[in-house]
Write a protein that binds this ligand. Structure first.
Ligand code: FPP
Length: 249
């Protein structure tokens, strides 16, 4: 299936895929394991998804690693996740770099543990000239928070005379988002069976196609990822317009 997708016309590929990696905890609990085992298994899945994304020349992948609301979890789980992200960077950054991946952290990064902030900066620095897959890791990220932060930056520009109110448009607004320069999300995948967006990429998913699956993230395979991409290629995207064949002239 991967070959089939690789050989396909790349224009049918989404430019930007977002993944809400949900269901780690439930997967582990169903097996009588600690929730942390689910997050560990999630890392394995993520590695496979990145490998596939690189193989098919996907341009941009954004994953939801930790939300602004996830701090409400028991502190042992929060600590575990912070260590896991740190370990992931330590172990994977060389390979990601070799794969020409360009990692970027989005969200309120400066509120993460200091050691993780440094590692994130180092990894970004290491990969900043790479031209392959742009890999955004949303960590301490919330879509509403991102929009509020962008609004504040715009207000500041108005106050210091850099910008006029009439000049604000969608393009200016996007230029202040964490995903500046990235295409909008074409395909948003959520694993774990819930049918909601959970404060992820609120602006960027205005015209996204959605793929919801019952599969918990640890069991989400490259095959299912490719299935979602294949399904995407058949979607009829109109962006508020009508079908080309229905338009006059
Ligand atoms: C949601 O599942 C998942 C998270 C909050 C953490 C996501 C982290 C990973 C997949 C680890 C790999 C990520 C990186 C960047 C190395 P959940 O715990 O909410 O599952 P549940 O809904 O079943 O409780």
């Amino acid at each position: 299936m991967q070959n089939e997708m690789t050989e396909k016309n790349n224009s049918e590929l989404p430019n930007h895929v977002g993944i809400i990696m949900d269901g780690n905890g439930r997967w582990a609990e169903n097996l009588g394991l600690m929730r942390s085992a689910g997050h560990l298994a999630g890392v394995k899945t993520l590695k496979q998804i990145i490998k596939t994304a690189v193989n098919i020349n996907l341009k941009t992948l954004t994953v939801y690693a930790f939300s602004t609301e996830n701090w409400k979890r028991p502190h042992t789980e929060v600590d575990f996740l912070m260590h896991l992200f740190s370990e992931y960077l330590e172990k994977e950054k060389r390979e990601l770099n070799e794969k020409n991946v360009k990692i970027h952290f989005i969200g309120r990064i400066n509120e993460l543990p200091q050691s993780l902030i440094s590692q994130a900066h180092d990894a970004e620095e290491m990969m900043k000239k790479n031209t392959g897959l742009k890999f955004n890791v949303a960590t301490n990220y919330g879509g509403q928070d991102e929009i509020v932060r962008a609004t504040k930056k715009i207000a500041e520009k108005i106050l210091n005379g850099e910008l006029k109110i009439d000049e604000i448009d969608a393009k200016i607004f996007e230029s202040q988002l964490d995903t500046v320069g990235d295409p909008p999300i074409d395909l948003l995948i959520r694993t774990g069976g819930d049918l909601r967006i959970s404060n992820f990429m609120l602006w960027q998913s205005a015209y996204s196609e959605f793929w919801f699956t019952e599969t918990n993230f640890p069991e989400f395979t490259p095959e299912e990822f490719l299935k979602a991409l294949k399904d995407f290629s058949k979607r009829d995207r109109r962006f508020g317009n009508v079908k080309t064949s229905q338009t006059k002239g």
